[in-house]
Design a protein around this ligand. Structure first.
Ligand SMILES: [Zn+2]
Length: 267
C-alpha cells in the first residue's frame, strides 16, 4: 500500500501523518512526502538559496527516520498560489506514485501556503482521472481515498474527525523526524515565537528539550478525540492511547467503506 502526503513546507506532515506513514512502511508499503515549496523563507538569518538547500537535506534526513521518500519542490516559500502550473506538476506526481491514500492540508489555515497546498490537492483530485489533462502521464483509472490531516481551525468549517489512528509506538520516531528540521525547530520557530533563549546548546539537551516540546504539542490530540478512540479501539485500549493521528475523509476522493478504512488506516 502507498501513502502520499502533500504539504506546503518540509515538516508539515511529520507531526500529523508520519505515524501512519511509518505503519505503511513497516507493513511493507511505501510513503512519499511532498513539500510544494522549498521552505526558503523560514529563517531570520540565512539567505533564501542557502536555506532551501539546507531544508532539502533536513527533509531527506527526516524521511530516512521512517524510510519515507521526502521530495521538496522548488516553489518559493511564503508565495505559493494554486496555479494551473503547480497543479499539473502535482497531478503528474500523484499519478506516477498512484497512492492508495492521498493526504493533504485543509484549505482552512493561518498560513497562505498551507491554504494554497490544500487547494492544490483539491484542484488536482478529479483531474487525476482525466486523460487530456497532463496527457504525458497515464491517468488514474481509480481515485485514491483522499483525507485531510488534523488541524484546529474553526472557521469557516471545523475539522471533522472521521478516522483516528493510535500511533504511540511511533511517537519517538516522529519527534526524531521533526528534530531533523533543525533550521526550523532549533532556530526559526523559536526566533519567531520569541523563545530562542530557551533552546539548549548541547546536542543531548536539545534532543530532550525537543522531545518534551513534541510531547506537549502531540499528546493533547488523543484527549481531544478520546471518545472516537474508545469507539475504534474499545474502552480498555482506547483510554490508554497517548498519541493519535486524526483524519477527515475528503468528499473529492474515493469514498471508503468500513473495511477499506481499516485497511487504509490500520489500527
Ligand atoms: Zn508549514
Amino acid at each position: 500500500m502507498r501513502l502520499m502526503f502533500i504539504g506546503a513546507h518540509p515538516d508539515d506532515g511529520d507531526g500529523r501523518a508520519a505515524g501512519l506513514a511509518a505503519r505503511y512502511i513497516d507493513g511493507g508499503g511505501e510513503a512519499l512526502f511532498i513539500s510544494v515549496t522549498n521552505g526558503n523563507a523560514g529563517h531570520h538569518e540565512m539567505a533564501p538559496a542557502e536555506l532551501a538547500a539546507r531544508r532539502k537535506e533536513e527533509a531527506r534526513k527526516a524521511g530516512e527516520v521512517i524510510g519515507a521518500q521526502y521530495v521538496v519542490l522548488d516553489n518559493d516559500d511564503g508565495k505559493l498560489t494554486p496555479t494551473v502550473g503547480v497543479r499539473g506538476e502535482l497531478i503528474a506526481m500523484i499519478r506516477r506514485f498512484d497512492p492508495d491514500l492521498l493526504l493533504g492540508l485543509r484549505p482552512v489555515d493561518y498560513h497562505p501556503d498551507h491554504r494554497a497546498a490544500g487547494q492544490l490537492v483539491m484542484d488536482a483530485s478529479y483531474m487525476l482521472t482525466v486523460p487530456l489533462i497532463r496527457p504525458d502521464v497515464p491517468h488514474l483509472r481509480r481515485m485514491p481515498v483522499i483525507a485531510y490531516v488534523h488541524d484546529r481551525f474553526q472557521r469557516p468549517q471545523p475539522f471533522e474527525a472521521d478516522v483516528v489512528v493510535a500511533v504511540d509506538e511511533y511517537f519517538e520516531k516522529k519527534a526524531r523526524m521533526l528534530a531533523c528540521h533543525r533550521s526550523q525547530f532549533y532556530e526559526w520557530i523559536p526566533y519567531n515565537g520569541e523563545y530562542l533563549d530557551e533552546v539548549p546548546e548541547g546536542e543531548d539537551e536539545r534532543w530532550q528539550w525537543m522531545l518534551a516540546r513534541c510531547e506537549r504539542r502531540l499528546r493533547p490530540v488523543a484527549d481531544m478525540y478520546r471518545s472516537e478512540l474508545v469507539e475504534r479501539y474499545g474502552a480498555e485500549r482506547g483510554n490508554q492511547v497517548e498519541f493519535a493521528e486524526v483524519f477527515e475523509i475528503s468528499e473529492y476522493g474515493r469514498q471508503p467503506d468500513a473495511e477499506m478504512v481499516d485497511r487504509l488506516f490500520p489500527k
